[in-house]
Ligand binder design. Structure first.
Ligand code: AMP
Length: 285
């Protein structure tokens, strides 16, 4: 059995579960408080706090895990990065009170106090810049530290920026860009590596499918050249004869979901009919 450490709660847990479900690795028979669950095949999930996952995986207690890149870097342990899962996007930023007079990170003075749940990354960031600050480690809600007089500035996670704004804080620099990542134990053997390669491909095929749609349309044979420009597809569209005497052909293609509205309109303008757009479950290029 291969153990995969997954977040048991918090922001990442739902999306991780959804991704594994979509890849056909459904969490089976897990009660609310269960610590482990079968994912089918050779995989078993162990549910732990997102912060603890880098340690679990680095120690080999799990062969792989999913957690935030911020937490992987803060742990500073040796881990193999297998894949960027693209959700849970956020940035670790330096932020100061609006009225602090700190508009740029250069304005941070030696001796200032920086509250953060990421003390290692904070220390390393300022050290590299040659700024001697005092890091105040906190375990949550760093954003209130400046208001309590515990710190002058914070290094905190943000995605929309609304929490910072609500607390009267202004972002002055980015320390790290983060998203959920699949990481592996660096001491895995050949068999585990092979299984994890298959897992990576399965998860990747779900992610690749998410931003795409399968489009089918009947188009006049005479407009095929222009249709080809509208529908680049993976290797150009598939063209199939329609039994209507040869005036129309059916074209099938994988298209970007972001531009589907424009694509459909372009096809209509070229005389396209019977246009059908469907979701794709998995896509292996
Ligand atoms: P949490 O569920 O709050 O313990 O956060 C777990 C992980 O979710 C963090 O370490 C980040 O990798 C990620 N995350 C994504 N967006 C945010 C955000 N806006 N604030 C905090 N964490 C976030």
């Amino acid at each position: 059995m291969l153990k995969i450490a997954l977040p048991n709660k918090g922001r990442l847990s739902e999306e991780v579960r959804e991704l594994f479900n979509d890849a056909g690795l459904e969490v089976r028979g897990r009660g609310e408080r269960a610590l482990t669950a079968s994912l089918g095949g050779e995989f078993e999930a162990i549910f732990v706090r997102a912060q603890d996952i880098p340690e679990f995986v680095a120690d080999g207690a799990a062969q792989a895990g999913v957690t935030g890149w911020d937490l992987v870097n803060e742990a500073g342990r040796e881990l193999e990065l297998l894949m960027d899962l693209e959700f849970g996007r956020c940035r670790l930023v330096v932020a100061a009170r609006d009225e602090s007079g700190i508009a740029r990170v250069e304005d941070v003075k030696d001796g200032m106090r920086v509250a953060s749940c990421f003390p290692r990354l904070t220390q390393a960031f300022f050290q590299k810049r040659g700024q001697r600050v005092t890091v105040v480690p906190v375990s949550g809600a760093a954003e209130i530290a400046p208001h309590l007089g515990i710190a002058d500035i914070v290094v905190d996670l943000t995605s929309t920026g609304s929490t910072l704004k609500m607390n009267g804080l202004r972002e002055v620099s980015t320390v790290l860009e983060s998203s959920a990542r699949l990481v592996a134990y660096s001491g895995n053997g050949v068999d585990a590596r092979r299984s994890l390669e298959e897992l990576t491909q399965a998860l990747g095929s779900v992610l690749a499918a998410r931003g795409r749609r399968y489009l089918m349309a009947n188009v006049p044979r005479t407009s095929l050249e222009q249709v080809r420009e509208v529908l680049p597809g993976l290797n150009g569209p598939t063209v199939v004869d329609v039994m209507d005497g040869g005036n129309f052909v059916a074209v099938h293609a994988v298209v970007s979901s972001r531009t589907i509205y424009r694509t459909v309109n372009a096809l209509k303008a070229l005389g396209g009919q019977g246009i059908l757009v469907t979701r794709i479950e998995r896509l292996m290029a």
